[in-house]
Ligand binder design. Structure first.
Ligand SMILES: Nc1nc2c(ncn2[C@@H]2O[C@H](COP(=O)(O)OP(=O)(O)OP(=O)(O)O)[C@@H](O)[C@H]2O)c(=O)[nH]1
Ligand SMILES: [Mg+2]
Length: 523
């Protein structure tokens, strides 16, 4: 039989929608030439959300199609029309789904119906020029860009949240046991590895209700990746107790109840983490005369090892009541010991970073300054650098946040490179306090005087930025941008290369400027 692919651990790619751009528009009406700004805001991009749905028991759907994308927010329009928001995509996942990054960092552990995790946050829509108008800037000639939606690769793992885990060789009768003590109706068949995904059954014993999960057959070597069992052992990691289901009716050579138990114990040992869990032994299939004989033979020896043994038959139901109550006993004891009841939702989410809204760091080797922070980085993404007024607005925002003060305090000089953000979308500015410090100045729409009056160096810089950002849709990285033809630069190397190239460009510009000045004097 071909080993089927695992369905309880899947890698999914989620992409949220982009925020719509804000609109820059001016109200037009007959005989009223000076209308106010009426550009609407862009809609927010839809998010991709994972939510526990009690009706979903496997991750099989994500195994078949692992890319999920939410829709983009619509662009804002004139006449104060806001773009509509992109729709969220809600992905139903089973209770007990653990979400981690591709490199194994656990982001969330979803327990309980309705528990949610935002897998990819939709991009915020950009403000339209109507929303950007202020008393000083009555008719902004620009709008903010919508932000990209988050894109992530996540690993979803299902850990069944069961009180009791049934372990054993293939065809030992684990699924049959779940079926005979609960209302679950798992597939049962006389070939090994019938169960590919754990079956969960709800068992009622007296006034105790608990859950039992069978684990797909464990075989020797499973913990080293042979067979199916290893990947499924994680399902029993949360169990209060393990029940060994032992087939006393097998005619396979080399198998008997004692060595089967040792084999499974060795697997559990190799997997690790289950040593402290109490064990019960169910000697199954005693409706078969030979099996009953074998069970009677080994019972005493197992009991000598300190194990509680239950001869059972899932076919005739003999011994099942005693086994059920023994399970219930352990569950009750475990629940009493536990500080937190099982129903507590455990949701781990990366906490939003508190503290100051931005950080300024001096880069080594006089390479300039690095500004990091959610707000400044977001504002850069929202800026249309082809529009000087939008660029000026960004400078004002950064100034108001205190970025410039902080740079001055730390000793930044005019002309120093200031890098905002350190991802592929990072952007490098010349530090020009006079530009940053300017108040709102009336200018023609889409322009900013402060930038117009710049020296040629800043002019050059601005043209370069404009060109760079015009190409942003292509996601040009530093290698292309700065003509660096080394391959596989690490982000830190790329940053250094970018800053170095930036300094060089600035030096050239200064030289050019000096040359131009000396030319001026000739006239
Ligand atoms: N005679 C008899 N047969 C049983 C008993 N319990 C289970 N079986 C049979 O054993 C075979 C395997 O049973 P399953 O419950 O599918 O075994 P499993 O341990 O879940 O096996 P995998 O899912 O493959 O790991 C089936 O043909 C069952 O009918 C029993 O008490 N008596
Ligand atoms: Mg089974």
């Amino acid at each position: 039989m071909a080993i089927p692919s695992f369905v309880d651990r899947v890698t999914v790619n989620v992409a949220a929608g982009r925020g719509g751009n804000g609109c820059a528009s001016v109200h037009r009406e007959k005989f009223k030439p000076l209308g106010g700004p009426d550009g609407g805001n862009g809609g927010d991009g839809g998010s991709v959300i994972l939510r526990v749905d009690p009706d979903v028991t496997t991750l099989v759907d994500y195994h078949r199609s692992s890319h999920r994308t939410a829709t983009n927010g619509a662009q804002g329009k004139g006449d104060h029309q806001a773009g509509s928001n992109g729709g969220d995509v809600v992905l139903p996942v089973p209770d007990g789904t653990v979400i981690s990054t591709a490199d194994g960092v656990v982001l969330a552990d979803l327990v309980g119906p309705g528990a949610e995790f935002v897998a990819a946050q939709g991009g915020k829509g950009g403000l339209g020029n109507a929303a950007l108008a202020s008393s000083a800037r009555k008719a902004p000639g620009f709008a903010l860009l919508g932000e990209d939606g988050e894109e992530r690769t996540l690993v979803l793992e299902l850990k069944v949240v069961a009180d009791i885990g049934l372990v054993g060789f293939p065809s030992a009768g684990k699924s049959s046991l779940v079926a005979s003590i609960s209302r679950a109706r798992p597939k049962i068949a006389d070939y090994p590895f019938t169960t590919l995904i754990p079956n969960l059954g709800v068992v009622v014993a007296g006034d105790v209700t608990f859950t039992v999960a069978d684990v797909p057959g464990l075989i020797e070597g499973a913990s080293e990746g042979r067979g199916l069992g290893h990947d499924f052992l994680r399902h029993v990691e949360r169990c209060a107790a393990l029940v060994h289901v032992i087939d006393c009716a097998t005619y396979e050579p080399g198998r008997d109840p004692l060595s089967d138990l040792d084999t499974i114990e060795a697997e559990l040992q190799a997997h690790g983490g289950l040593e402290d869990r109490p064990r019960l032994v169910a000697l199954n299939k005693i409706d078969v005369p030979d099996a009953r004989e074998i069970a009677e033979m080994v019972q005493a020896e197992l009991e000598q090892r300190g194990l509680r043994v239950f001869p059972i038959s899932t076919a005739s139901h003999e011994g099942l009541e005693a086994l059920k109550f023994a399970m219930a006993d352990i569950v009750v004891r475990r629940r009493a010991e536990e500080e937190k009841p099982d129903t507590t939702r455990i949701v781990i989410r990366p906490q939003a970073q508190g503290g100051p809204e931005f950080k300024v760091k001096k880069l080594p080797e006089d390479a300039g300054w690095l500004v990091q922070g959610d707000k400044p980085e977001r504002w850069v993404r929202q800026t249309d650098f082809a529009n000087a007024e939008a660029t000026g607005y960004l400078a004002d925002r950064l100034n108001r946040l205190g970025v410039e003060d902080e740079l001055l305090k730390l000793g930044a000089l005019a002309g120093d490179a200031v890098m905002i953000g350190d991802g592929p979308n990072a952007i490098v500015f010349d530090f020009a306090p006079d530009v940053l410090a300017g108040a709102e100045i009336l200018a023609r729409r889409g322009e900013d005087h402060r930038l117009e009056e710049d020296r040629p160096a800043a002019q050059r810089r601005r043209e370069k930025d404009t060109e760079y950002h015009a190409n942003r849709g292509l996601r040009t990285d530093y290698k292309q941008e700065w003509g660096e033809d080394e391959v596989d630069l690490s982000p830190a190397e790329a940053k250094r290369a970018a800053v170095k190239a930036e300094k060089l460009a600035r030096k050239e510009a200064r030289e050019l400027e000096a040359a131009e000045e000396s030319t001026d004097q000739d006239f």
